[in-house]
Design a protein. Structure first.
Length: 201
């Protein structure tokens, strides 16, 4: 839940927004709604993890004061930036969420939404072993160590369930008492020839 200090900061910003003459009525409403939602949210801070496409942002997107988190202080700083009609990104390039070269109402709302709906880190590749359908922030994916194995290390194809992948089955006689026993054979093909003792001359 927002602390008393955070609520005071947000309420002060809301008051400044409402009395501003640099924002349109629509932008004022969008911003005050976003800040009001943040003030009532159980989450007011998230770790800063998203890299920005803006070359001037050397840390993480939304973390305008570079403290490792995206929080109320970052939002208030961005509001102050647009209320003073500075234009561009000034000295807070990590506040340019959409990378259009300026900090505006949309950037602030999107960064508020990052706090209210924090990105879920995880693999977004459906073909990976650790695919996470809920992930919104791509992380490292893992895959089977060999193309003939599944994610558990078992054969994709093992028609006789002997633990040897079909790709590596070797047909032959597997009876050690047979004349033509093949110690390398893994799949008996019915070719065994019985040993018949007796005179061969």
């Amino acid at each position: 839940m927002a602390t008393r200090q955070e609520i005071n900061l947000l309420n002060n910003s809301i008051g400044q927004i409402k009395s501003s003459n640099v924002l349109s009525p629509k932008d004022k409403q969008l911003l005050t709604d976003a800040l009001d939602r943040l003030s009532k949210s159980p989450i007011t801070s998230v770790p800063a993890t998203m890299r920005s496409s803006n070359r001037d942002c050397t840390t993480f997107l939304g973390d305008t004061n570079e403290d490792g988190t995206i929080n109320v202080v970052d939002i208030v700083g961005l509001v102050n930036h647009i209320l003073t009609n500075l234009g561009g990104v000034g000295d807070i390039p990590c506040g340019d969420k959409n990378g259009d070269g300026t900090i505006d109402v949309i950037d602030i709302i999107e960064i508020v939404n990052l706090i209210l709906n924090p990105p879920v880190s995880g693999c977004t590749d459906e073909n990976a072993c650790n695919y996470n359908a809920s992930a919104t922030d791509p992380a490292n994916c893992t895959y089977p160590i060999q193309e003939w194995l599944d994610c558990d290390g078992d054969c994709n194809l093992d028609s006789d369930n002997d633990g040897i992948c079909d790709e590596f089955e070797l047909a032959g006689c597997t009876n050690p008492n047979a004349f033509n026993y093949n110690a390398n054979a893994s799949d008996d093909d019915g070719s065994c020839i019985a040993i018949v003792e007796g005179c061969t001359d």
